[in-house]
Structure formats: C-alpha cells, structure tokens
Ligand binder design. Structure first.
Ligand code: CO
Length: 141
C-alpha cells in the first residue's frame, strides 16, 4: 500500500524560472540548489512545502525523457506524483501482480532523493504517471 505523498513532479524548460513562481507567487520559503541527474536525463530542483515538496524537472541532454513532454506542453506542467513505499521490490511485484505496467526494465533506479524508485504507466492510473519511492529505512517507524 502506498504511504505519504512525497512530492509532485513538475516538468519545466527552466527549473530556476519555475522556482520563482513557487517562491514569489505562492510564498514557498525554501528552494534547494538544482542538481543534474545525467543518467535520468533531468536537472532537478526541490521546493519545500510544509507537508511535501515540489520537484521541478528540466530536460538534460538530447535523450531526456522530458523532451517529448515539453514538445506537447512547451510551458511545462504537472508530470508525476510520487508516493512513498517501504519496500520498492515488494511494491514493484505488487504492481505487476495486479497487471499494472512498470516503466523501463522494472528494475528500481536511484531517484532524486537517493532511494530507489519505479514509475507506473499513466494508463494504469487514470492518466497520472505515478512514481513510487522507497523511503529510507530510518524513516520507517
Ligand atoms: Co519525482
């Protein structure tokens, strides 16, 4: 079963410009430094909210999976929602048992928080791309 919502992923052509919206228009108080994830083809910048985070993601490189998204929505937009799970392999197997499509090879890969993640196809979730993220063991009470 999924746990807490960890973050909302928002695709944008420019994470620094996008961050200003959340800081200046909506009054978010903390933006983290952006960092690159070359293997995932994204540049990432997190905005802290009282109960969650916004993950701003910008294409990085010619093979970025975000390029198609931004071709359809040049100004950017909501890309995925991330929920926490205790065991990423158990979550992956549960998704497959229930007939949902796990993207890629299905092998969890390292997410932006440094814990393993998988993505479930939006067609299995009413059009929502869902990221499942294993929370660090020390966060499990
Ligand atoms: Co994410």
């Amino acid at each position: 079963m999924i746990g807490r919502m960890n973050h909302i992923g928002i695709a944008t052509p420019d994470v620094e410009k996008a961050a200003k919206v959340w800081l200046e228009l909506y009054g978010a108080t903390k933006a983290h430094d952006a960092f690159d994830m070359p293997e995932q083809g994204v540049r990432v910048k997190f905005i802290d909210l009282p109960n969650s985070q916004i993950e701003l993601i910008e294409p990085l490189g010619d093979a970025s999976p975000l390029l198609g998204f931004l071709a359809r929505s040049p100004a950017g937009g909501q890309h995925h929602v991330c929920f926490e799970v205790e065991d990423i392999f158990a979550a992956r197997d549960d998704m497959r048992t229930k007939g949902a499509r796990v993207l890629g090879t299905g092998e969890p890969r390292m997410g932006a928080h440094g814990t393993p993640v998988i993505f479930v196809h939006p067609k299995d979730s009413g059009g929502v791309l869902v990221e499942l993220m294993q929370i660090p063991a020390e966060a499990i009470s």
